[in-house]
Design a protein around this ligand. Structure first.
Ligand SMILES: Nc1ncnc2c1ncn2[C@@H]1O[C@H](COP(=O)(O)OP(=O)(O)OP(=O)(O)O)[C@@H](O)[C@H]1O
Length: 873
């Protein structure tokens, strides 16, 4: 083959020319088909080598970025220098375009032959010349590859012959160099396409795999598989920005094939790194991957445990890429990788960021669901909360499981609206006994700065437990060092607009809106517990009162004394009306026993299990009549600080006794009418209509008919009340009961003072029967009570009663200008009236007058007293 470069004959020249033409034609055809580096190698090592002698070829490519050229295609098998110790370095090196040797090549239009021993000596000559020379190479033929006159690289053809390359060979190379240039350009393009395709398919595979990812664990598998494909031995860590926004923690990691200090790895994985550590912030701020040399960063003085770990793992360089969702940084990827393929790494990171975002969103949804479930459970549990202890338990449990938080103190606003007293508190932080003993010390005032802040804020506040908070607000009885919490959360407890108290909690991280919702629930529960406590207290009080009153009622019923005709009629009416729900109107003078009878009716009705509610209409302050009867809502009028339940509502399912109904103001009469008609009412200042089942018993000593006529009492109300009137007789009209009543009271009051029952003398009884009793039974009762105390022995012989003339109402006829006969006549008529015409026997006129029956008859005859006189009025 050497012959082609040697001397030749004319004929031979002819055939050589022919061969060359054929060779060039074939080469041209072949070259245009070349798409792959190997094809080019084959072309040189097989086709050209079969015609011309040379040892090996290299193609280098120009990199305009830094004005260098780099090895692109090496015929490793044929390379004479492959055993040279510097070979590996040569292969990976860049050679400058600015030195004379390569400048000569670039300047020449045709291939240039160099003697190595000469050219390698020249200053700045590339090192590969000497390396080749050292391996026996003597000449190199250099040709510039150009595309449209623009140099793209060089063909180096080396030979160990001492002779320069023949002119023919140089001519062939010159002739084929344009095709070779195109072939190289094609190869580059093809490689780029293939690279892009492989990148695409890598990212596509990754994307397919990652779409199925739902959890952190699944993401770990997919990322590991992908990164191992890119970089089989390298390790990586993905860090996520923590919710605090200022630190990052490890999210996923792979140690690759490195060996490492396990304890150090564990420590690094558990650590929270400030984002602004000088490295991570640079990665997060960058839109391209950043490469860090571990050793150099350590030398710069960064004392970051993860740098130590990387060094320990043998990673020399680390590439950092930001993980972004849109424009938001969510974390970063650190990886040790040899080849930084920016599109692939960026594509991978953007997919990882999306997946992380989805996982976090998913976790967020799951967390919310869990929170909602907990809230629901909390709310359910709260409905069962009746006592402070229940509330303490349920609240602590929930706060612990939701926020890993401990309730420090739950303060309630005292009645003075100024002091906040501890209501619930964590026994871990406070000594119960001390808290109770020093409640004032542990209480807060609304004027305190932080307390004010909490009440003014609509949301829970996060406060650092500084000296001030600790001293002023928490007054914790345990040492700071013993607590793991650094923060305190304070939230107001409100019921509508009303401040109820506040909650102070110790915790790390609390979800504000969730805490707000919890506080609202706690507020309701607290007010329920308080109301429950109050109800229990009132219930107990009512039960006691009820027992006492029922007891009283029972006695009272037995205490209705009187078996005379008038009272028999009353009993008959009571027994008729009691079992029904009919409204009863009790009429009679003061002290005739209207209240006693009302109680008896209630007691004989099916409502007797509940307390009869009495309202004295005459004793009600005029401006509070309505509020007393119907209750009021909080704020209904000035002074209505609390909601108040009215008498009607209290009397629900029971009886209301409206005493002195005649004194009721006209405006209230309308409302009362409505209750009687519609059996419903509203509280003053309230909107809700309250249905009622109340039996009404009204009483008056007034003449209601006359009141109606005078316009002081509504006629419609009168008719509503006057459904079942019962007239109670005046005591003077039931003299037949005088003895039994007097005896009853004497024995009752004697017993009270521990005396033996006192008896009445006949004279004394007569005195009582003759008296007109303007105060009726009440007056008699008081007189008997007095007499028990004043009478020294066991018999009352005489009473000192007001003179008859003092009983002005009943003695109009007994004026001082009457004759003795007229006075006697009027007096006998009055007595007969009271005795309902009865002359002899017990309670008869003769007994009252203290004269025999016959004498009464003769006196009546003499004074012309007829039945018309005493029955006619
Ligand atoms: N029949 C009776 N038997 C025993 N005690 C009676 C009788 N009637 C009245 N009393 C007693 O007389 C006192 C006055 O009775 P009560 O208060 O019921 O009268 P009232 O008609 O309601 O008076 P007022 O119209 O002044 O309110 C009470 O202590 C009551 O117990």
């Amino acid at each position: 083959m050497k012959r082609l470069s040697g001397l030749t004959t004319h004929l031979e020249d002819q055939s050589i020319l022919e061969t060359e033409r054929q060779l060039l034609l074939d080469l041209g055809n072949d070259i245009t088909r070349i798409r792959d580096k190997n094809d080019l190698i084959v072309l040189f090592s097989k086709r050209i080598k079969s015609l011309f002698y040379f040892t090996h070829t290299i193609i280098t490519l120009i990199d305009r970025k830094d004005e260098t050229y780099i090895p692109f295609l090496l015929d490793h098998q044929a390379s004479a220098i492959k055993d040279h110790p510097a070979y590996a370095t040569m292969v990976g090196s860049r050679f400058t375009l600015s030195e004379p040797f390569i400048q000569t090549v670039l300047a020449a239009k045709e291939p240039v032959d160099f003697r190595l021993d000469e050219v390698m000596q020249a200053p700045q000559s590339p090192a590969f010349l000497r390396v080749n020379f050292e391996k026996g190479i003597r000449h190199v033929l250099m040709t510039t590859l150009r595309i449209e006159d623009r140099p793209i690289g060089f063909i180096h053809i080396y030979t160990d012959c001492d002779q320069p390359f023949s002119k023919d060979f140089q001519a062939v190379i010159e002739r084929i160099s344009p095709q070779l240039s195109s072939a190289v350009a094609n190869i580059i393009k093809n490689e780029e396409i293939l690279k892009k395709e492989s990148e695409k398919s890598f990212l596509l595979d990754f994307s397919n795999a990652i779409t199925a990812v739902r959890t952190q664990e699944e993401l770990a598998v997919v990322v590991k598989t992908a990164l191992r494909k890119l970089n089989p031995d390298g390790g990586y860590v993905i860090r996520k920005i923590n919710p605090d926004g200022i630190t990052m923690s490890a999210y996923l990691h792979d140690t690759g094939s490195s060996t490492f200090d396990k304890a150090l790895l564990e420590r690094v994985l558990a650590e929270k790194y400030p984002i602004n550590d000088g490295l991570q912030n640079r990665v997060l701020d960058s839109f391209i991957p950043l490469l860090f040399t571990v050793e150099r960063e350590l030398d710069r003085g960064y004392s970051l445990s993860y740098l130590d770990l990387w060094k320990n793992m043998g990673f020399k360089t680390m590439v950092g890429l930001a993980l972004r969702n849109g424009n938001t940084n969510i974390g970063l990827l650190w990886l040790s990788i040899d080849e930084i393929n920016i599109p692939i790494l960026q594509g991978l990171c953007s997919q990882v960021a999306i997946a992380m975002g989805n996982i976090m969103a998913n976790e967020d949804i799951l967390r919310r669901q869990a929170e909602q479930a907990l809230m629901l459970a909390f709310s359910n549990e709260l409905t069962g909360v009746k006592t402070k202890a229940d509330l303490d338990y349920v609240t602590s449990q929930t706060l612990q499981s939701l926020f890993n938080t401990r309730i420090a103190v739950l303060y309630l606003l005292a009645e003075d609206q100024v002091t906040l007293r501890p209501f619930l508190f964590d026994k871990q932080f406070f000594d119960e006994q001390e808290m109770q003993e020093r409640i004032d010390f542990y209480s807060l005032k609304v004027s305190e700065t932080h307390v004010k802040q909490v009440f003014e804020s609509t949301q829970p506040l996060l406060l650092e437990i500084d000296e001030h908070v600790e001293a002023k607000c928490l007054k914790l009885s345990i040492q700071r060092e013993q607590r793991k919490y650094k923060n305190v959360y304070a939230a107001a407890l409100r019921l509508g607009e009303q401040d109820l108290g506040m909650l102070w909690m110790l915790g790390e991280q609390i979800n504000g809106p969730l805490l707000e919702a919890i506080c609202a629930q706690i507020s309701t529960a607290v007010s329920n517990v308080l109301a429950g406590e109050q109800i229990l207290h009132l219930k107990k009080q009512l039960e006691d009162e009820n027992d006492y009153l029922k007891e009283q009622l029972r006695t009272n019923f037995d205490e209705i004394v009187g078996s005379g005709q008038a009272m028999q009629e009353v009993y008959r009416l009571i027994s008729l009306v009691a079992p029904s729900n009919t409204t009863v109107l009790l009429l009679g003078e003061t002290g005739t026993g209207k209240e006693l009878i009302a109680k008896a009716i209630h007691n004989a009705s099916s409502r007797k299990g509940k307390l009869m509610i009495k309202v004295n209409c005459a004793a009600l302050p005029p401006n509070l009549v309505e509020s007393e009867l119907f209750g009021h809502e909080r704020g209904a009028f000035t002074g209505a600080v609390e909601r108040r339940i009215g008498k009607f509502e209290l009397a629900h399912n029971s009886t209301i006794f409206l005493d002195e109904i005649g004194e009721m103001p006209l405006e209230t009469q309308v409302k009362l009418l409505r209750v009687l008609q519609e059996k419903e009412m509203e509280r003053v200042g309230g909107k809700a209509t309250i249905k009622l089942n109340v039996r009404v018993i009204a009483a008056t000593n007034r003449n209601l008919e006359a009141e109606v006529k005078a316009g002081r009492f509504r006629s419609d109300l009168y008719y509503r009340l006057n459904v079942f009137p019962i007239h109670l007789p005046a005591l003077r009209d039931r003299v037949e009961d005088m003895k039994s009543l007097a005896d009853f009271f004497l024995s009752k009051y004697s017993k009270n003072v521990g005396k033996k029952p006192i008896k009445l003398s006949e004279n004394a009884l007569r005195q009582l029967q003759a008296y007109l009793w303007p105060g009726n039974v009440r007056e008699l009762e008081h007189l008997m009570e007095r007499s028990v105390l004043l009478n020294p022995d066991h018999l009352i012989r005489q009473f000192f009663l007001p003179s008859i003339s003092e009983n002005t109402a009943e003695t109009p006829a007994l004026g001082s200008d009457l004759s003795l006969e007229e006075v006697e006549r009027t007096y006998i008529i009055q007595v007969l009236r009271r005795c309902q015409g009865k002359i002899s026997g017990i309670g008869g006129a003769a007994e009252i007058l203290g004269i025999p029956g016959n004498t009464v008859h003769s006196k009546m005859k003499k004074l012309r007293i007829t039945k018309a006189d005493y029955f006619g009025h």
